[in-house]
Design a protein around this ligand. Structure first.
Ligand code: ADP
Length: 412
């Protein structure tokens, strides 16, 4: 609190005050002299004992400690390497650390390089220059980075001094999903617009004829209207199915079902509704149940879509064979037809929504282009494996294998 000199002055002042009070209180001269001497000698002893410079408190004052660099801290290196997205630590403009994801994206050479050259994108270069000016920066979109059609975002966290962390994030998958969604809406609208235009056109023609159309003409027009309305109805049914199946995608089915019974029941329904070739469906099903955990309605729809495709695209008079075979802990459903088959180029795309090999053919047989997309989703939800084998000019075999349920455990 006091330095050495002011402590001395303060002590002598106290001695003087004590002497004055003693004199005023009527003390004898000897006592006052002894008091004054004792005070002065005591003060001198203490003054002597004090170091000439009082020691500073030990350790640096917290406020004055030099800042510890976060990006050079060993824990920072541990953390960044656990991050899946690219992270870069920058001091000034120099990259001091880059995690594995950043190295994979930008190359190993970026450590030690200037950040403005490490991320080669014009918008990034301009943005990074503005960091130095202390401007507040929003997240930046890097279009066509690192390859055309891709999009990444970039943002910065500013630390003490000129240290910064740069975060890069891949948004390409989100963009692709957005594109798929808008393509889907556009395709669905297009699919509905075509039959709707036909319905409106024929209704208008009948109205213009003012009841003067002869019987056969009216019958023909009304049949076309009914067919096109039916096409729209089927499309709406398939659209609702696909959205329901997609909504259930991550909910594993928990109900024990018998796949053999589902196949038998669905095939019987198809035979009943098939007016042209009901006898072409041949089944090879085991007698005993094939237990699995499933959604009965969805599995019925899967069987229906695959068998009706074989009926639509197989040659009339040739068999459509529906078979169930146990393969260890799995059961394989396969549906084979004898038809034109599918060229190998098309096979990987068949389960895309609205993908058709021959659009006119699909429309003429009442296809919506959604059947196999629905099959794929139902199969995935049931942990199924979907395979399509085809030979042009010979025919197609679509098969799905499902895991068999442990009957004892399911029943419990
Ligand atoms: P669609 O309603 O048009 O039949 P799908 O999604 O069920 O739609 O099938 C997609 C396309 O795959 C069909 O348009 C057709 O070109 C082809 N395809 C599906 N199954 C068969 C098959 N069994 N034989 C030949 N081509 C098929």
């Amino acid at each position: 609190m006091f330095d050495r000199l002011s402590s001395l002055v303060a002590a002598l002042t106290l001695v003087a005050i004590a002497v004055i009070f003693a004199a005023l209180a009527g003390g004898d001269a000897l006592s006052i002299i002894i008091l004054a001497l004792a005070g002065i000698i005591g003060t001198a002893i203490v003054y002597n004992a004090l170091p000439s410079v009082l020691p500073e408190p030990k350790g640096p004052a917290p406020a004055e400690a030099p800042p510890v660099s976060l990006i050079r801290h060993p824990d920072f290196a541990l953390w960044v390497d656990q991050e899946e997205e690219p992270l870069i630590g920058v001091a000034g403009n120099v990259v001091t650390i880059a995690n594995d994801a950043a190295v994979r994206l930008l190359g190993r050479h970026i450590v030690g390089a200037d950040i403005r050259t490490a991320i080669r994108h014009p918008a990034a270069t301009e943005w990074l220059a503005r960091i130095g000016e202390g401007a507040a920066l929003d997240t930046l979109n890097l279009f066509d980075f690192p390859r055309p059609g891709q999009r990444w975002t970039m943002r910065v966290a500013t630390l003490s001094g000129s240290d910064r962390i740069i975060f890069l994030s891949d948004r390409s998958a989100i963009d692709a999903a957005d594109r798929m969604r808008s393509d889907f809406v556009a395709n669905a609208s297009h699919e509905l617009r075509t039959p709707l235009a036909a319905v409106l056109g024929y209704v208008e023609t009948l109205q213009d004829m003012n009841g003067e159309a002869d019987g056969p003409t009216r019958h023909r027009f009304l049949s076309i209207i009914a067919r096109e309305a039916g096409r729209m109805q089927q499309l709406v049914i398939d659209l609702l199915s696909i959205s329901r199946v997609e909504a259930d995608r991550f909910r594993r089915p928990t109900t024990p079902v018998d796949l053999a019974a589902i196949v038998r029941h669905t095939v019987a329904g198809l035979r009943d509704s098939e007016d042209k070739r009901p006898n072409d469906i041949v089944t090879k099903l085991p007698e005993d149940p094939q237990p699995m955990l499933g959604d009965e309605a969805q599995l019925g729809q899967l069987v229906h879509n695959v068998v009706s495709n074989a009926m639509k695209y197989g040659r009339a008079g040739t068999p459509v064979t529906v078979e169930l075979v146990r393969e260890g802990r799995r059961v394989r459903l396969s549906v084979s037809d004898e038809g034109d088959g599918i060229a190998p180029d098309h096979l990987p795309r068949l389960t895309e929504r609205f993908y058709r090999v021959d659009e006119a053919r699909s429309r003429s047989v009442g296809g919506t282009g959604l059947g196999l997309a629905i099959v794929k989703h139902i199969s995935e939800r049931h942990q199924g494996q979907l395979d399509i084998d085809s030979e042009v000019g010979k025919g197609t075999k679509v098969s799905v294998t499902f895991p068999i349920a442990d009957v004892g455990r399911t029943a419990a």
